[in-house]
Design a protein around this ligand. Structure first.
Ligand code: NIG
Ligand code: FE
Length: 439
């Protein structure tokens, strides 16, 4: 084409096409982690310790997708952009399948109450906890919630997260639950990483419904679920099925109603007790049952006969001082453990997947390889994104992070306080935190 003939309308189109066609080559990678030639859709049991890696590798990305990878001997000699990753490792981005990053305010006053000896449940019984967050959220504007959640989204992307699930559940009224879900919809529209939305109207029973909880459940079923479905605001439906929150029967009712609107189950279970949450989740075909600090033989047996994923949230157990879920027992029973942050203001005010991976090794005796599989491939599966995210495989979306120079894979969970992320690549482009744009 004669450049002189390019008019002002054609130029932006040509530039856009040029951007879309860009290629990125990351070469001289010390270790390319989770590089699969035969992609797995999940890692279960003994297979969780299998983490395919290539030493002294290259990774070629074209049009935002992984195009090729392998040992340096086969490295292409050109690309639009080249990064030399000497001494550094490349990982698929973390897939964080359980968060509550839309919230109005932090809760450090409750943290101090717990330091002084109150338990999470005692604080909740006094009207604190989730109800505290709900009061604050009900008073917040959609715009303010969006801005603060976007900041948290950018924070976790900087830690290496490349796919995320976000829940409602601090609204606890029709209007405020929809407000939260609309914030998530706005996040989806601007996010450089995929977001899955979960409706969690049954997070707690609002104070005004304490003596008539059935009426609140009716409100969820008869008003909230239809409204959520009408606006197509969520992929999943969550219930906090635990002591002092929702019973097995109530959970079953809500999940069955959600299913009629096409919302799959993905629930909070067994954080505070052997609640029956795992079993009712499995019975309702839940994608995942999350928390599971209280998991015994009956829960493991229920999970073994199902496709429901057990998701562990060790930074919540760490922060609340409650037992860690029995990851070892689950893996030894052949289950596919998932790890997620549970980023929220009450029980896990941290969205750092690398810390979760460290805790999984330190507190739950997961091998570094098992923890990485749980935080990438299995996390992707817990959001039904495993076809496009969670490992480095040809055709998958090129969401990866490049580590700082590190001596080994095990150094990542070992060095639990360091931020070892050197660069984040999303859809084949080096991501710059907004506000830090180079001029
Ligand atoms: O996953 N356990 C229930 N829900 C959240 C905590 C909510 C809160 O305390 O604000 C969780 O831990
Ligand atoms: Fe949670």
């Amino acid at each position: 084409m004669n450049p002189a003939k390019v008019n002002s309308f054609a130029l932006p189109i040509i530039l856009t096409i040029a951007n879309l066609m860009s290629s990125l080559l990351i070469r001289r990678i010390k270790t390319l982690v989770q590089a699969e030639t035969t992609p797995r859709s999940i890692a279960k049991g003994a297979d969780m310790a299998v983490l395919p890696v290539i030493s002294n590798a290259f990774l070629l990305i074209e049009d935002g997708k992984i195009a090729a990878f392998g040992p340096m001997e086969g490295c292409p000699d050109r690309a639009d952009r080249v990064i030399d990753a000497d001494g550094k490792m490349v990982f698929p981005s973390w897939c964080d399948s359980h968060t509550h990053i839309v919230f109005a305010a932090s809760r450090e006053e409750e943290f101090v109450d717990r330091v002084k000896g109150l338990s999470y449940e005692e604080i909740a019984r006094r009207g604190g906890g989730i109800l505290n967050s709900a009061r604050r959220l009900q008073q917040s504007s959609e715009d303010d919630l969006f801005e603060s959640a976007l900041e948290r989204l950018h924070e976790v992307i900087g830690y290496g997260t490349g796919a995320i699930e976000i829940k409602s559940g601090y609204g606890l009224s029709l209007e405020s639950e929809l407000k939260m879900l609309r914030v998530i919809r706005r996040l989806k529209a601007v996010s450089p990483i995929p977001i899955k939305a979960t409706f969690l109207g049954a997070h707690a029973v609002p104070a005004e419904y304490k003596e008539r909880r059935n009426e609140y459940i009716d409100l969820i079923i008869n008003q909230m679920l239809p409204a959520v479905a009408a606006e197509n605001l969520a992929e999943y439906c969550d219930v906090f099925c635990d002591r002092g929150f929702y019973t097995v029967e109530e959970t079953d009712r809500i999940l069955k109603a959600a299913k009629t609107y096409g919302l799959k189950a993905k629930i909070h279970a067994n954080e505070l007790d052997y609640s029956g949450g795992v079993q009712v989740g499995v019975a309702n075909g839940a994608i995942s049952v999350d928390h599971l600090e209280y998991t015994g033989d009956a829960e493991i047996a229920a999970l073994q006969g199902s496709d429901t994923l057990p998701t562990l949230l060790p930074s919540c157990a760490f922060f609340l001082g409650i037992p860690f879920g029995p990851a070892r027992k689950m893996i030894d029973a052949g289950l596919p453990v998932v790890l997620a942050t549970d980023y929220n203001p009450g029980s896990s005010p941290s969205g750092r997947m690398s810390f979760v991976v460290s805790l999984a090794c330190i507190k739950m005796n997961m091998l570094p390889e098992e923890a990485v599989n749980a935080a990438t491939l299995n996390g992707a599966r817990a959001m039904e994104l495993e076809a496009d995210y969670g490992t480095i495989a040809v055709g998958k979306v090129a969401n990866v992070f490049i580590s700082k120079p590190i001596p080994s894979l095990a150094y990542l969970p070992y060095s639990f306080g360091s931020n070892l992320v050197d660069a984040v690549v999303l859809q084949g482009r080096v991501w710059t935190p907004p506000g830090n744009k180079k001029s």
